[in-house]
Design a protein around this ligand. Sequence first.
Ligand SMILES: Nc1ncnc2c1ncn2[C@@H]1O[C@H](COP(=O)(O)OP(=O)(O)OP(=O)(O)O)[C@@H](O)[C@H]1O
Ligand SMILES: [Mg+2]
Length: 421
Amino acid sequence: MSQPSIPVLNISIRPGFPDFLDLPWEYPLAEWRFHSELRVEVPRGVSRHIVEFINYAGGLYALKELPVGVAEREYDLLREMNENRLPAVRPVGHIQVRNGDRQSSVLITQFLDYSQPYRSIIVNNTQPPFIENLLDAMAGLLVQLHLAGVYWGDCSLSNTLFRRDAGTLQAYLVDAETAEIHIEMPPTLRHDDLNIMEENVNGDLADLAASRLLPADFPIFTTGNSIRQRYQRLWDEITHEEVIHPRERYKIQERIRALNKLGFSVGELEIRTEENGDVLKMRAVVTDRNFHRDQLLGLTGLETEEKQAEKMMNEIRELRASLSMEKNRSIALSVAAYKWLEEVFLPAIRSLQPYIDRNQSDPAELYCAILEHKWYLSEKAQGDVGHHAAIMDYLNRFLDTGSRTGELPEPQVYDAQNDDR
Ligand SMILES: Nc1ncnc2c1ncn2[C@@H]1O[C@H](COP(=O)(O)OP(=O)(O)OP(=O)(O)O)[C@@H](O)[C@H]1O
Ligand SMILES: [Mg+2]
């Protein structure tokens, strides 16, 4: 073990974060397990570099030790991705450490709350609908990166983190070491990225299979290709040029709505007239995949994942419709949103708070699971059972026993047909 001496530190940290000075910088990260009580164990993907998780000044951070210059570059790339509102871990800073002739740089990122690496996700959920969600999430992440000009260069399951999103999954990039950002990305780089993804994903799955963590019939060597096909469908859906006749101009709005439904915000529409004005050619330029998130955030201040936000916005719109009917006049969306927040969402979260605190669950995801449960119960009762009844029933059925695992709550599907209560 190396002898401690006083290291020279060069710290660059974003405003609003602590300085990270009170850490055992005199030791390499590999030895921190003997020297820091702030270290925490969390489930993680495989990695070549030493990564430590630190509970520091009330926040949880991932620290990755890299050669000098590499952490700085990864920090810059992650920063740009964050500025472009892409799903990637949030960079906090980088620290250059010089200790005698030992030199390194440490990249600090914020721990991605409620996230899980693929191992814990796949090993516990090899059922088809769940795997489909995982593949869609991977494809969706690559599409978002490529639309923004980001070549990843090392897309793999290990370099991705997953968060639950209203029963589906949202994928986040966690390792940007090999990434490049292009103003316009050439198709060859997209294809390279897809080839790398396919090879890496098949390799990740083969590792799991070798450790006997997958069912014998798991399609290890076709999963990467399945992500590629999903990627291609989504890419074409977003980037294709649509030909419309001038009398079908309503199709312009239809196209925007279809993209919004997929979560994409449309920044611009490029429309060209052709053949003496007989046809219009239209292409949408999407900015990011935060359409419903932005709406919900603007109306309520809540930060959620995209599909969670879509579900909540649907509730707000339904509330607005019933308020408008009741009062016989149109009600502003902001009024309905405020009422929903104060009278529906926050009371529900208060009832669930003990469970949320005990398991560090994502409140938005739990709320979406309650909505799903309410829907099943209401269908069975042939009438709206209301949020309160749904919460009580959900707590009784699912959360009392499952609450001690420390895992994210599994999305529970209530089977109305087999309910004998
Ligand atoms: N901000 C974060 N939040 C949550 N988990 C993280 C974070 N940063 C890293 N991890 C976990 O640590 C693992 C390793 O990180 P990372 O992939 O960046 O290391 P690496 O050594 O560069 O990997 P590679 O071997 O692919 O080069 C990730 O798979 C992830 O599980
Ligand atoms: Mg990695």
